[in-house]
Structures are given as C-alpha cells and as structure tokens.
Design a protein around this ligand. Structure first.
Ligand code: MTE
Ligand code: MO
Length: 364
C-alpha cells in the first residue's frame, strides 16, 4: 500500500477521503484562531506523501546554498479551489471532494523569495519567460509527479512574495504540508502551492500536468462532461472573494442575548486584496448588518495575503424562532460574492463562492 508511510494526523480532522488523505477542521474551530495551527490546517493531497530524507534532499535549482538567501516571512491564507463545493453540489452533482467551508487556513510561512533565487541565476523581471513550473516529489503509479505553474511575472515582480518555504508557524513544515520545502504563492489557488518541491522549471509553457491542463478550471453552467473542452478555459490562479459563517452551526439552537445572536466567521479574497466589509442579513436581504472585522494582517493590497476573522451581534425580531443567516464579503476592489450557486455552477464545483447561509433555531 503506497499510503502506508503517510504521517499520523490529528483525530479531529474530518476526512473527505483517506487515500489520498484529504481533510478539513471542524468549521466551528476554524475561526477560533487567526493563525491556523499546523495540525488543524486542511490537508489536500492527490497522491501518497513522499518520504524525504533531509540529509540527501536536493532541490534542483542551480544555486549552491539555499539558506544564503534572505529569510522572509509572510502570513498567508491558502484555499483549495474546491472549498465550499458541497454547497454547489446540493444544487446539482459536481465531480470532486465534498468539501465543507474549511478547506482553507491561514499560517505564517518562512523561507526565501523565489525572485531572490532566480536573481542569483541571472533571471529577473526583464527575462523573456512566461511561466514558472513546479514539480512535487509525490508521484502517481506511472511515476509522473504532481505539477503546476504560475505566470512568470508573478514570481519576479518587485512586489512578489512567492516563497520557497521551509517553516510553517515557526516550525519545520509538517510532512502533510510539504516537508522540507513547498512553494507558497500567496493569493493564488491552493493547487499552485506545490508541496515537497523537487524541481523548478522556468519556461515559455505552462506546466503540462493534469492539474494545470485538465483540472482546476471553471466553465459555464451549461457545460457538462459530454461537451467540456478543458483547452477553452484558463487555469485558475488568483481566487475570487469568499466568506463563511463558522458559528453558529447549521441546525443548532442559539440563545438570544440582549435581543441579539452572536455570529462569527472568516472572509478572504485572492490576488492580495483586502476584505473591507462583511454584510449579514437574517431576513433575506431586507436589512443588512455590518460585521466587525476583528483580525486582519497589517499589510495593504496588493500584498494583503491573510484572511479576515469577523464577528457580529445581530438583533432578532421578537416573534422569530427560526432564522437563516446569510453572509457576503466585499474586497478592496469592491468585488463581492454572487447571490446564488445556480448562476456559477460548474461541473468541477470550483470557485464555489455564493453567499453562505446557516439556518438556526433561536431560543428566547
Ligand atoms: N503539491 C503536491 N506536491 N501534491 C499535491 O497533491 N495538492 C495541492 C497543493 N499542493 C498538492 C500540492 C492542492 S490541490 C492544495 S489545495 C494544496 O496543496 C493544499 O495544501 P495543504 O494540504 O497544505 O493544505
Ligand atoms: Mo486543492
């Protein structure tokens, strides 16, 4: 069994699949910490976790000593393109892991900037390349590795924070999260944040991997598996704005206090955008309540990589015993979320970012 050497995991993680291992934290714990603990950070593996012997590990970039480069730390949110897929698939089945709202996490990552490494080998903003490809050390049964690529400019831009990271929350990267080195491409879909990095290729072409070419793309709601042509859509890179209610849990009974209920959650937008507002309604949009933005990182767009944790006290009309809480977020470009999944439905269930809603019972 190629999965025999996978690492031990925290028992509280809720698996979406065991082999390969994919799991998210309970949603009610997610917004407890601005920095997600390593053991509770969602895991998305396509293949068995490779066993890397650190004493013989070599990353194939032609640079002598990796740690000679300046150490750099960023706080960044990583989210799977399929986060919140289960809400979209309720409408009509989609193909993919049935993720809840917790295929997302926020951590500090320490490493060296990819642009510093490239500089050392004479590659900079003016070089004539179009893509940077990454290959993982994890392989499928035919020996082909996990791979992905990002646009070249993103790696060499003056403001680039793309990291070859070796620490997560101040500790060596856990095996599930890419030990010993992974790529962090902040603001960009999880799939390009290649773990167990084995090779970097600077090229004119995108990665030819399955995950770059025939997956992690979105289509019109009218496209089905008979008509889909993956060549017609670009690979997902920067992610659109999303948000979720982490507490209370759907179907739970919540006690009204001082005429209000207390609601907590996260909001995030890709591409280095910042969350500027989170709006909630319990009456289908007749009245809106603005949440407090409790925790954000201090950097500004276009380098605002972290999620925002928010909370709100929402007044409940006296006669109510059942309410449906809805949330939407607004980012620093005034992008907001679509209202319904119907109009953004796609066969892979990616970019599932319509308003999140949680029906609850209230007790007076
Ligand atoms: N890198 C490798 N080498 N193999 C993988 O299967 N999965 C990708 C990405 N990097 C993957 C990978 C996907 S789809 C996601 S969403 C993120 O890693 C998940 O990162 P995490 O497990 O650290 O949360
Ligand atoms: Mo993913």
């Amino acid at each position: 069994d190629p999965y025999d050497n996978d690492p031990k995991r925290h028992p509280i993680l809720k698996p979406a699949s065991l082999k390969p291992f994919n799991a998210e934290a309970p949603l009610s714990l997610l917004a407890e910490n601005f920095i997600s603990p390593n053991e509770l950070f969602y895991v998305r593996n396509h293949l068995p976790v490779p066993e890397v012997d650190i004493s013989t590990y070599e990353l194939e970039v032609e640079v002598e000593d990796f740690k000679q480069f300046q150490k750099h730390t960023i706080t960044a949110t990583i989210m799977c393109a399929g986060n919140r897929r289960s809400e979209m698939s309720k409408l009509k089945m989609v193909k993919g892991l049935d993720w809840g709202c917790a295929a997302i996490g926020n951590a500090t990552f320490t490493g060296v900037r990819l642009k510093d490494v490239l500089h050392k080998v004479g590659i900079n903003e003016d070089s004539d390349y179009k893509h940077v490809q990454f290959e993982g050390l994890d392989t499928d049964s035919t020996g082909k590795s996990y791979g992905a690529s990002i646009p070249f400019w993103k790696a060499v831009d003056k403001k680039s924070d793309v990291l070859l990271a070796y620490e997560m929350n101040g500790k060596p990267l856990p095996r599930d999260h890419g030990f010993p080195i992974r790529v962090i491409v902040p603001g960009v879909v999880g799939a390009r944040n290649v773990k167990w990095l084995g090779k970097i290729i600077i090229s004119q072409n995108e990665s030819d991997s399955h995950w770059q070419q025939n997956d992690y793309k979105s289509f019109s709601p009218s496209v089905d598996w008979d008509t889909v042509d993956f060549k017609t859509s670009p690979a997902i890179q920067e992610l659109p704005v999303t948000s979720a209610i982490c507490k209370p849990e759907p179907g739970s009974t919540v006690k009204v206090q001082d005429g209000c209920i207390f609601v907590q959650g996260y909001a995030w937008s890709g591409g280095g955008k910042q969350i500027v507002r989170v709006d909630l309604t319990i009456d289908g949009g007749d009245n809106w309540h603005v949440a407090n933005l409790d925790e954000q990182d201090s950097s500004s767009p276009p380098q605002h990589w972290s999620w925002t944790l928010w909370s709100a006290k929402i007044p409940v009309p006296k006669e109510k015993t059942q309410i449906d809480i809805h949330v939407k977020a607004v980012d620093s470009d005034y992008n907001t979320q679509p209202e319904h999944f119907k109009n953004i439905w796609n066969l892979r269930g990616v970019l599932s970012n319509a308003y999140h809603h949680v029906p609850i019972n209230v007790k007076w």
